[in-house]
Design a protein around this ligand. Structure first.
Ligand SMILES: *Cc1c(COP(=O)(O)O)cnc(C)c1O
Length: 365
């Protein structure tokens, strides 16, 4: 067969695609999804709604009903809300609109790999700041980066994935009022955290017009299969994202799914507080083992085995049919693993397999 003689874009050569290795296991605790399904009543409403969708017609291009419903929750109008296929597409739209060749985005490692990855795909130069050993951002080094690199976009994740902590409120508001460009706070785990940038009155009043808060239905809403995320920001940011998004990128089914999910906000909050309880239980049990763990404001915990290699522990867990995320090759995360909080039974399976592994007993349970 004739091979196409077309070269890949030079800046993409050597770049690896983003993937989380999936293995067929009984206990899957590697991608921070919710272990709990959304409510049955939501599914029943969605089934009804699907009967009313005109499938021969394009969907509402600007997703007005969904944006209005989301805006109502956050105390803003639809002109301050942009929705897309997962928060990853929201991030991509921000980078298409504001990034690109000759422009810079700042990230603070270790952090969510896709901020860097999508920046690179859009030809945006990435400037890297480093967190300290407790994974905190030092304000002075942040300001140095803002001054010297003048990034059009600063990416923060709060709580930060994979380290787990919410960024301090002072840091976020300070950066949002001094940064030369937009400050994107990725709140994929926002409902788990003690505070949200969305609570800041500046978002409603427009005094923090550089702040962009990104949320997703993939984690707290238990809807990772749906691909729905959104941002809340100044109307000019929403317009810029609409300019670069593909027409009709958000299908009618996902628009309905998201809008109807908001009827079950109390149930979402119950799932979140249940998961926080389980997270605290898992953290307490990890406290008895030879490892270092970092405090978490999310639905996952980052930890570092002290006496064994992360890779060996990961293998032992896999042999017990428990899959966690091996972060040991990520920048600044030597020998670290990340576990997502699952159901009570899944968490017990994880803890028991980990106890075996760290106690030197290899293999399954
Ligand atoms: C899981 C996660 C997301 C989710 O992306 P979607 O495209 O909405 O599924 C976004 N940001 C962070 C930091 C995450 O951990």
């Amino acid at each position: 067969m004739r091979r196409p003689q077309v070269e890949l874009r030079g800046d993409l050569v050597g770049l690896e695609g983003y993937h989380s290795p999936q293995v067929d296991v009984e206990v899957r605790l590697n991608t921070n999804e919710s272990p709990l399904a959304p409510p049955e009543a939501w599914l029943a409403e969605l089934r009804d709604e699907m009967g009313r969708i005109a499938f021969n017609r394009y969907p509402d291009r600007s997703a007005v009903d969904l944006r209005t419903a989301l805006g109502r929750i956050h105390g803003v109008g639809p002109e301050q809300v942009f929705c897309a296929k997962g928060s990853n597409e929201v991030l991509q739209c921000l980078l298409l609109a504001y990034g690109g060749p000759g422009r810079r985005a700042a990230v603070f490692e270790p952090t969510y790999a896709l901020h860097r990855h999508i920046a690179m795909l859009t030809g945006t130069e990435v400037v890297t700041g480093w967190r300290d050993a407790d994974h905190r951002i030092d304000l002075e080094s942040m300001e140095e980066i803002l001054r010297s690199a003048e990034p059009v976009l600063v990416f923060l994740a709060s709580p930060n994935n994979p380290t787990g902590r919410a960024e301090p409120r002072d840091l976020v508001t300070h950066v949002a009022s001094t940064a030369p460009g937009l400050v994107v706070v990725d709140e994929a785990y926002g409902q788990f955290a003690p505070w949200s940038a969305l609570d800041d009155p500046g978002i409603q009043e427009g005094s923090l017009d550089r702040l962009v808060v990104v949320r997703t239905f993939s984690k707290t809403w238990s809807m990772a299969a749906c691909r729905l995320g959104y941002l809340v920001a100044d109307p000019s940011v929403v317009q810029a994202c609409e300019l670069v998004a593909l027409p009709y990128h958000l299908d009618a089914v996902v628009q309905a799914a998201g809008r109807l999910a908001l009827h079950y906000r109390a149930e979402m909050e119950q799932r979140v507080s249940w998961l926080v309880g389980e997270r605290n239980r898992v953290a307490a049990s990890l406290g008895d083992l030879p490892l270092r763990q970092w405090p978490s404001d999310a639905n996952f915990i980052l930890f570092r085995p002290l006496e064994r290699s992360a890779r060996d522990v990961w293998d032992d867990l896999l042999a017990a049919s428990v899959l966690v995320r091996d972060c040991s090759s990520w920048p600044g995360l030597d020998n670290c693993l990340r576990v997502t909080i699952g159901t009570e039974e899944e968490n017990d399976r994880f803890l028991s397999a980990l106890r075996h592994s760290l106690g030197g007993v290899a293999g399954g349970i």
